[in-house]
Write a protein that binds this ligand. Structure first.
Ligand code: 1DX
Length: 179
C-alpha cells in the first residue's frame, strides 16, 4: 500500500491519541524508518500490522480502527494535496460514488502500483443506493463503512449505512447506503 495510507494512520493516531501512543505502535510493529514516503509502496502487511498494534495499544476493536480510519481518509486526502481531485469527482454522494473507479484509474496512471478496489453503484431510489465493493485485499469492509460516513459528512447528508452482503472467499461486499 502506498505510504500515504500509513501516514494517514499515523496522523489520525497522533492527532486523536497523542505522539506517545504512536511511538508505542510503531515500536510494536518494528518499523524503524523516521517517516513514511507517501508515493512509495510498502507491503500491505505493514498496514495490517499497524492496525493490529493500534488495536492493542488503544484497546479498540480493529474494525473500529478501520472505520475511524476510513472516515478520516476523506478529510486527510482533501487536505494533503488531493482536494481538487476529490472536488472534481462529484458534487453529490451518488455522483461521487459513481466516479470512484474513474478517480482510481486517474491515480493509477501516475502511481502504477496502486491496487484500487472496484466499486459499482446500483440506484434503488433517489436517496438509496447499493454499493458493491470488490478488493484484492481482505478484511477492509469496516474501512468502507468509515469512507461512506466520511462522504456523508462531506456532502452534509445523514447517511444510513448497512452491510447487506459479506464476502466469502474472493467474493464481494455490498453496502446499502441511504440518506
Ligand atoms: F469511498 O484496498 C472515497 O496503495 C471512497 O480494498 C473510497 O493500493 C474515497 F501517494 C495519492 C497516492 C500517492 C492519492 F500518490 C492514493 F501514492 C487514493 C487519494 C484514493 C484519495 C486504494 C489507497 C489503494 C491506497 C482501500 C481503501 C481498500 C478509496 C483506501 C480508499 C480517494 C484508497 O479514496 C482496499 C493502494 C491516493 C488516493 C483517494 C486507496 C491504495 C476511496 C476514496 N482507498 C495514493
Amino acid at each position: 500500500m502506498y505510504g500515504m495510507v500509513n501516514k494517514a494512520i499515523q496522523d489520525l493516531v497522533t492527532s486523536k491519541f497523542g505522539e506517545d501512543k504512536w511511538i508505542t505502535i510503531k515500536e510494536k510493529v518494528g518499523f524503524e524508518d523516521d517517516f513514511f514516503i507517501s508515493m512509495q509502496s510498502y507491503p500491505d502487511e505493514l498496514t495490517y500490522n499497524l492496525v493490529g498494534a493500534a488495536s492493542e495499544v488503544l484497546k479498540m476493536d480493529s474494525g473500529a480502527i478501520l472505520e475511524a480510519f476510513g472516515e478520516y481518509w476523506i478529510l486527510y486526502t482533501a487536505e494533503e494535496g488531493y482536494g481538487e481531485m476529490l472536488a472534481l469527482s462529484g458534487s453529490s454522494l451518488p455522483q461521487f460514488l459513481g466516479n470512484l473507479n474513474m478517480l482510481h484509474e486517474r491515480i493509477t496512471h501516475i502511481m502504477p502500483n496502486l491496487k484500487p478496489p472496484k466499486f459499482s453503484v446500483k440506484e434503488i431510489t433517489e436517496n438509496h443506493v447499493e454499493l458493491t465493493y470488490e478488493s484484492d485485499r481482505e478484511g477492509l469492509a469496516p474501512m468502507v463503512v468509515g469512507l461512506l460516513k466520511g462522504l456523508g459528512t462531506r456532502f452534509e447528508k445523514k447517511c444510513k449505512i448497512e452491510q447487506i452482503v459479506t464476502r466469502d472467499k474472493e467474493g464481494v461486499d455490498v453496502f446499502s447506503v441511504s440518506w
